[in-house]
Design a protein around this ligand. Structure first.
Ligand SMILES: [Cu+2]
Length: 109
């Protein structure tokens, strides 16, 4: 029992020392039925967006400029994540099915 109190104090000190600013909550976009759901998401700078392919066929997630972000071919159940640090509008599409499009809008709240 004598050793428990110092351990608790150390734990409390660590909790107080933890950095306060939290990263924005991550955002998920599902890919299903040849569609990005949701097709438009608005996020704060620093947000990580994760796409999950829930279709039975492969898809990709490629920025309109083909270089800001570009996933490999995502098989069923695979994911791709990108962290948006800079404000702006980022259109993207599936390079296998170019009619599949989506948009991430990054702006400070
Ligand atoms: Cu596709």
């Amino acid at each position: 029992m004598r050793f428990l109190l110092p351990a608790l104090c150390a734990t409390a000190a660590l909790a107080l020392a933890a950095p306060a600013p939290a990263a924005p909550a991550p955002v998920s976009v599902k890919i299903g039925n040849f569609t990005f759901n949701a097709p438009v998401v608005t996020v704060a700078p620093g947000t990580t967006v994760t796409w999950t392919n829930e279709d039975d066929i492969p898809h990709t997630v490629v920025a309109d400029d083909k270089k800001t972000f570009r996933s490999k071919v995502l098989d069923s159940g695979e994911t791709f994540s990108f962290t948006f640090t800079t404000a702006g509008t980022y259109g993207y599409f599936c390079s296998i099915h170019p009619h599949m499009t989506g948009k991430v809008i990054v702006k400070a709240s």
